[in-house]
Ligand binder design. Structure first.
Ligand SMILES: [Cu+2]
Length: 462
């Protein structure tokens, strides 16, 4: 007879074997292949468009996990150039952040990289290329990453809506290759001429009156800011950048979705059967256009529902003591019509025209490139206040990797946790966060051609 102790030992050994067996069978995570593909993006009267997409689609397949679960994907690179994948808004381990040149080497063509990380926060996130991102994201390398709540809100239907903006040749419908054009680099970034939702310029989702929908909006465009409204719908914003609002906010005015930002809406269909409700985009000429049509037929209920409750909060640390927070300052300068006379590049001070000749149009604290040393060396757990001074005449969508922040106004935190903040032209804003995630984290403009031409820095947390 084995002793109890020996029996436990045997059981543990057996379980260990079983666990090893499971690991072996799970050693190849689901592939996410980045490759070229041909899709019909423009209206049918135009030729098809050659894109780069995950699994040959843009947006790529939605990755869905339950809060706290692991995301495991083998990114296979079948593109003609190196690539990497960033999991935008997820508080990942630094080694999984996907920033080529900072957290990993870019994956060469024909090779692969296994991403494996826990998704600690429920919400709407996304993944996208983070090597030559102003080119690779523009070609279509992005997709939704949805982390579900253990108890999601009760809705009749959920839709993830990936908003994108393509710059196509109007004759051939091929992707315009002028990625490095000084005009887009030095102005608002690469603005397109074909706006899509989930890869369609005319997305239409049939609904019934009094139906309740959860809309997960993701702005995956390179540079376009989407001012959005709803008609034929009554709605609430329940989360921004994945993070739940303390209370749902009635969506009565314009919702501004900057590049990389997300919004979770809960909307009820108020339009009558036979009518069409819309997610409306306000154009540059202030004219409204349909971003998504919701044709209404029939009725899902006799009466409208009560206002939705708040989503369960994520357990993100607060801002800590603002009085003890390390003060940091980031001055953004440059761009067309800016007042930047010179900036540093490769240790040399260059005038604006020399910088422009080298494809640099912007600077952070007078540095027109990502520096060898970080903006700040932070200690783990250290509270930080970061003032962002926009001296340019363009808006910039500032994204912090690895940690969420809150805005500070008049010395107090306001609004929900966010990972991307739109700073308007010539505006100064302040954010606060706790440096609770060790590693090297990028802080950059998500107008991706701005990031490439000078608007990128980083912080180190140890
Ligand atoms: Cu910018």
């Amino acid at each position: 007879m084995p002793t109890r102790r020996a029996f436990i030992g045997q059981t543990a050994a057996f379980l260990g074997l079983a666990a090893t067996g499971r690991q072996v069978s799970a050693a190849s995570p689901a592939p996410l292949t980045a490759r070229e593909a041909v899709v019909q993006l423009a209206p049918d009267s135009y030729p098809a468009t050659s894109i780069w997409g995950y699994e040959g689609r843009a947006p790529g397949p939605a990755i869905r996990v339950l809060q706290g679960e692991r995301v495991r994907r083998r990114v296979v690179n079948e593109l003609p150039e190196p690539t990497s994948v960033h999991w935008h808004g997820i508080r990942v381990d630094n080694a999984m952040d996907g920033v080529s040149g900072l957290t990993q080497q870019a994956v060469p063509p024909g090779e692969s990289f296994d991403y494996d990380f826990v998704a600690p926060d429920a919400g709407t996130y996304w993944y996208h290329a983070h090597n030559r991102s102003w080119v690779q994201v523009a070609r279509g390398l992005h997709g939704p990453l949805i982390v579900e709540e253990a108890e999601p809100p009760e809705v009749d239907r959920e839709e993830t809506l990936v908003l994108d903006d393509w710059l196509l040749d109007p004759e051939t419908a091929l992707i315009d290759e002028s990625f490095d054009h000084p005009m887009s680099m030095s102005h608002g970034g690469r603005i397109g001429n074909l706006i899509t939702t989930n890869g369609r310029f005319d997305l239409s989702i049939p609904v019934a009156r009094h139906m309740r929908l959860r809309l997960r909006l993701i702005n995956a465009s390179n540079a376009r800011i989407f001012p959005l409204q709803i008609t034929g719908l009554r709605g609430w914003t329940v989360a921004l950048d994945g993070m739940p609002l303390a209370a749902p906010e009635p969506l009565e005015d314009v919702l501004v979705l900057a590049p990389a930002q997300r919004a979770d809406l809960i909307v009820d269909v108020t339009a009558e059967a036979g009518e069409t409700a819309h997610l409306v985009r306000i154009g540059n000429d202030d004219r409204p256009a349909s971003q998504v049509a919701f044709p209404v037929s029939g009725s899902a209920a006799q009466t409208p529902r009560a206002a939705p409750a708040a989503l369960p909060p994520n357990s993100v640390s607060g801002l800590g003591s603002l009085a003890d927070a390390r003060p940091l300052r980031l001055v953004m300068s440059g761009g067309a019509m800016g007042r930047m006379d010179s900036a540093l590049l490769g240790g040399e001070r260059l005038g604006f025209r020399d910088l422009a000749a080298r494809g640099r149009f912007w600077a952070f604290n007078e540095m027109a490139e990502m520096t060898q040393t970080p903006l700040a060396d932070l200690s783990i757990g250290e509270p930080v206040r970061l003032e962002i001074v926009n001296e340019t005449v363009f808006p910039h969508a500032m994204h912090l990797h690895g940690m969420h922040f809150r805005e500070i106004r008049d010395g107090r935190p306001v609004g929900p946790m966010r990972d991307t903040l739109l700073v308007a032209a010539q505006e100064t804003r302040e954010i606060g966060f706790v440096a609770d995630n060790p590693g090297d984290w990028l802080f950059h403009c998500h107008m991706l051609s701005h990031a490439e031409s000078g608007m990128m820095t980083w912080v180190r947390v140890t």
